[in-house]
Write a new protein. Structure first.
Length: 422
């Protein structure tokens, strides 16, 4: 009996071994075939891609770059082509004015009430909340203006204006249109800026009265990618005769010769015959100053060097953050770049980067917030090539004011970043 069992075991072992060899053989054949097919497919796909590229080049009349990347802020016009580093800098040169004469982030306002710092001209508006921001909600056709001591004339010949605006997704909501009307004290229109949706893109236009007295248009026909169902940032710089308009930190319109205005009105206007009901603006900031006319980076650089040489520190109110957050606004980068350029030119210099706030809110909030903001500036400098070893972030909160916190202008001066040479 034992012999029979042993014989059966031997026969079973041979059978299993044969099956295993057969299975491995079949697996090997499959692997070889798969590899062969993969190589053939890769070659075929490569040939197909190269053929398509060649056909595209013939049809377009120019060679397309295989490594080109899309940029949300680039113009649609293909003939303009990619921009180089210098052109990119030229389009992000916004410098906020440092003497604030009107500011409103709607904090402290009652929901559903008319905003207390504004005057109503037409329509109806109230305070609302959109995506975590208190804001002014515009009914269609509404027109408002800031409530000033001298209501008819308050714009200097050298100022900046900033605010955040909401854009709907045109696929789900009626489109938005915001109009900034700049007038003389007698209400004569001098220039008007429109921001609206055009075929799922953002379009910005400016109609203005030139210094020679004729009406001209700028910006028409060009569109940019827009943030849908989200906030974007609008900024304007006016210097004696030059108008520069920025969206999300990038310049979209540059006008060299316009007449000056005395006042501004903000209007929720029609765009293509339609108007939506979800129109919101917030974080208004009007300030005297900004970029000197045709200022260049070399001038900025000497300004930092001069401040360090004379006082041992560089103090700026032009590094801006999101309200109650440590997130840097895009327009802050040109100011930080000045410091980065100085430090790379002077690699042995060490800075204590101090963040300062106004006295709005408690120390329990402001102290850590100022530290986080100082750290955000240090991180931005490191991203620009500055050695982090030479930087130390320090949050000062509201403990070292340089102006009266009882006024808007004073609080604006106290919200600052200081670079102290060590």
């Amino acid at each position: 009996m034992k012999r029979i069992v042993l014989a059966l075991i031997v026969m079973l072992a041979f059978a299993v071994n044969a099956d295993a060899q057969g299975f491995l053989g079949r697996l090997k054949d499959r692997a070889v075939n798969a590899a062969k097919n993969a190589v053939e497919n890769k070659v075929a796909n490569k040939v197909e891609r190269e053929t398509d590229d060649a056909m595209d080049n013939v049809l377009d009349g120019k060679k397309k770059s295989k490594n080109s990347k899309s940029n949300d802020a680039d113009y649609e016009d293909a003939e303009e082509g990619p921009q180089d580093t210098e052109a990119e800098y030229q389009q992000t040169d916004f410098v906020p004015g440092n003497a604030v004469f009107f500011e409103d982030n709607l904090q402290g306002e009652q929901m559903g009430e008319f905003p207390s710092k504004w005057d109503l001209i037409d329509g109806s508006t109230d305070v609302a909340n959109m995506k975590g921001k208190k804001c002014i909600h515009f009914e269609p056709g509404t027109r408002i203006e800031p409530l000033m001591t001298n209501q008819s004339s308050y714009l200097p010949d050298f100022f900046t204006l900033e605010c955040d605006f909401w854009m709907n997704d045109p696929k789900t909501e009626l489109n938005n249109c915001y109009e900034f009307e700049f007038n003389k004290s007698n209400d004569e229109n001098i220039y008007a800026i429109r921001i609206g949706e055009s075929y799922d893109k953002l379009e910005v236009t400016c109609r203005y009265k030139s210094v020679s007295g004729d009406w001209r248009d700028s910006g028409g026909g060009k569109t940019w990618e827009m943030k849908k169902n989200d906030w974007s940032h609008f900024a304007l710089s006016f210097n004696k005769r030059a108008i520069k308009i920025y969206i999300n930190g990038k310049r979209v319109i540059n006008i060299p010769n316009s007449q000056a205005a005395d006042r501004v009105k903000i209007h929720q206007a029609d765009w293509g015959g339609f108007h939506g009901n979800k129109n919101y603006l917030t974080n208004f900031r009007f300030a005297k100053g900004g970029n000197e006319l045709y200022e260049r980076n070399a001038t900025d650089m000497s300004a930092v060097e001069k401040a360090i040489a004379e006082t041992g520190k560089f103090v700026t109110n032009n590094i801006l953050f999101e309200t109650a957050k440590a997130a840097l606004k895009p327009e802050s980068m040109s100011e930080i770049q000045k410091v980065a350029d100085y430090m790379k030119k002077n690699p042995s210099v060490r800075f204590e980067v101090q963040g300062h706030t106004d006295n709005q809110g408690s120390d329990a909030v402001n102290d850590p917030l100022s530290q986080q903001r100082a750290e955000a500036v240090v991180k931005a400098l490191e991203g620009m090539g500055v050695d982090g070893f030479n930087l130390r972030a320090v949050g000062k909160g509201s403990h070292e004011p340089v102006a009266d916190n009882k006024t808007e202008a004073g609080r604006a001066k106290n919200r600052r970043v200081e670079f102290i040479k060590k």
